[in-house]
Design a protein around this ligand. Structure first.
Ligand SMILES: [Zn+2]
Length: 149
């Protein structure tokens, strides 16, 4: 996440939040950036960018999710029910890229693939490597499909 100090043609100063420098460039080019005071799209950047963290965790949106086989502590029925709901939501809303998870997560991070929620297989080591690169992933214990129903 990057905060840019922006200035419109009428010298109104305001802040714009962008995911990256490229994100700002694209939005500016398409005139998605406008002055909150006069609505002018003639917006330019004034120096003094502040980057919030370096990790994708600071970016609002859907983190990549890795499903993999990890043991889970036995939990109470309620917890398990909630947990199943979570897994089900993940399963339904994420594209299953299977063993390509690590590769796909990297591609998304480096803007080589469209950003979207994905799930797939990744080991703890692979997840660690991704986190080291600033790619936020969540590991979930594996749950068999039949347990979801
Ligand atoms: Zn203005």
């Amino acid at each position: 996440m990057i905060i840019y100090d922006l200035c419109c043609e009428n010298d109104h100063r305001f802040e714009g939040w962008f995911r990256s420098a490229e994100d700002f460039a694209v939005q500016q080019e398409r005139h998605f950036v406008s002055c909150p005071q006069c609505d002018s799209h003639q917006v330019r950047r004034v120096p003094s960018a502040v980057a919030i963290g370096t990790s994708a965790a600071a970016v609002p949106g859907v983190p990549s999710v890795a499903l993999s086989g990890t043991a889970m502590m036995p939990a109470g029925k309620q917890v398990m029910a909630l947990y199943r709901q979570l897994i089900q939501a993940v399963v339904e809303s994420c594209e299953d890229v299977g063993p390509a998870f690590v590769e796909e997560a990297r591609k998304m991070h480096y803007n080589e693939a469209p950003e979207r929620p994905i799930r797939g297989d990744a080991s703890e080591e692979e997840c660690e490597a991704l986190r080291d690169e600033g790619i936020e992933v969540i590991r979930l214990p594996s749950i068999k499909e039949e347990e979801l129903n």
